[in-house]
Design a protein around this ligand. Structure first.
Ligand code: PLP
Length: 414
């Protein structure tokens, strides 16, 4: 029976052992205010239980042995694929397990990219994570494709008005963040879809920052490729997903070669398995994949309308508090419209690493730096920023601890 979704912030929080008072060594019984969810979220008990079950009762390699453990491991691994597929409203055959978003995008650059010719164009944007920039630069070196970028507005949104100018008939792929990992801005998909459709380009969405905020109905998005990481959505590190339209997966050559992705190998030739296994060379991250299956089950048990409202209230509390601090500038939308609870800011005269260190002294975990988005920070004329990012287990105490820590950082650093 599927769970009946509900949302009670206190019991949600209680499912995460690391968030309990005294759980983190050296904190003298205090609790951590974890606001670095955009880097990696925390892991709830049901996911930890699934990992322990696999490691203690099912552990073996998959798709190889015929003994009972091998069969149990294969069933659990493929069961996880089925859960992820259901979560995204797509078929199991279109779910390729990877090590994360970065690897998923590299698979597209390596496999789909191999079908491109010199002079073909790939359009990204100024706000992309390096994971959605560097694979295209490498492809440009290998195949002579041209990488172009959409600009970003002063509010930290991709400037879709520039699509008409930037997307030409040579464009074969538009690859954009579904949600920015710095500004929290949600992509305005309709004009992007229209621009891709007008020139017959494929559309890749980097969903790393979207998937932690509730289920995604992939067919409704109308994209061709979707990439995300487990560790940002309550699952273990080392697992991610590339989804692609079935025709694309069938047509693409493999990217990496090895065991598990073949149909037959002779000393001179290899024929390849059908997708998704064609793109899963070598032993996959079995335990982490099972953990991802448990994570999407956990996500399915959350009432996301209520969780999103909770996140909005906390984001507003954060934005109001930040707006009251002199010398502080938010990089991204200053209101709730078109954004999620990822908020980056710059404090005049203070290095983001120093700000993050002062915050740590207040038991607040935040990220300071360029967040693997150097072009975006350059766009705003800064080397880095401090980022606070929310998950459903955060509460007003976390936000108030952040604001108190920033007041201290202003006193000490600015
Ligand atoms: N894309 C976005 C938008 C991200 O936020 C991240 C990670 O922060 C990545 C890609 C890379 O994810 P991973 O390091 O899990 O491959």
């Amino acid at each position: 029976m599927p769970p009946v979704p509900s949302f009670d912030p206190v019991s949600v929080r209680a499912a995460f052992p690391i968030l309990a008072a005294g759980a983190v060594p050296g904190m003298n019984g205090r609790r951590i205010h974890y606001l670095d969810n955009a880097a990696s979220s925390q892991t709830p008990r049901p996911v930890l239980d699934a990992l322990i079950r696999f490691e203690t009762a099912e552990r073996a390699n998959v798709h190889r042995g015929v003994h009972r453990l091998a069969e149990a491991a294969t069933a659990a691994f493929e069961g996880a694929r089925a859960k992820v597929a259901r979560h995204l409203n797509v078929t199991e055959q279109t779910i390729v397990f990877t090590s994360g978003t970065t690897m998923a995008i590299n698979v597209v650059a390596g496999a789909f990219g191999d079908t491109l010719s010199a002079g073909d164009e790939i359009v990204i944007s100024e706000l992309e994570h390096h994971g959605n920039i560097v694979p295209w630069h490498l492809l440009a070196r290998r195949r002579g494709v041209v990488v172009k970028a959409l600009p970003v507005t002063a509010e930290g949104l991709i400037e879709t008005a520039a699509l008409e100018r930037v997307v030409t008939k040579r464009c074969r792929l538009i690859a954009l963040a579904h949600v920015s990992n710095v500004t929290g801005a949600v992509l305005d998909l309709a004009p992007v879809r229209a621009a891709a459709g007008a020139v017959g380009a494929q559309l890749l969405l980097d969903g790393a920052q979207r998937t932690p905020h509730g289920p995604v109905d992939l067919p409704a998005l109308g994209c061709d490729f979707y990439a995300f990481s487990g560790h940002k959505m309550f699952a273990p590190h080392g697992i991610g997903v590339l989804w692609a339209r079935p025709e694309l997966l069938e047509a693409m050559p493999p990217f990496l070669g090895g065991g598990g992705m073949i149909e037959r190998v002779t000393l001179t030739e290899t024929s390849f398995a059908r997708p998704p296994r064609r793109f899963e060379a070598g032993t996959p991250p079995i335990g982490p994949a099972i953990g991802l299956g448990a994570a999407v089950d956990w996500i399915a048990g959350i009432d996301w309308a209520a969780a999103t409202e909770h996140e909005k209230q906390l984001t507003q509390r954060m934005l109001d508090g930040l707006a009251a601090i002199k010398g502080l500038r938010v990089i991204g939308p200053t209101g709730l419209q078109g954004r999620i609870g990822v908020v980056s800011f710059v404090l005049d005269g203070a290095h983001p690493h120093d700000v993050a260190q002062v915050l740590d002294a207040h038991d607040v975990a935040c990220r300071g730096g360029h967040h693997c988005a150097q072009p975006l920070h350059e766009r705003f004329g800064v080397n880095g920023s401090t980022r606070a990012s929310l998950a459903p287990y955060n509460d007003a105490e976390d936000v108030d601890a952040l604001l108190g820590g920033i007041a201290d950082a202003v006193a000490k650093l600015a």
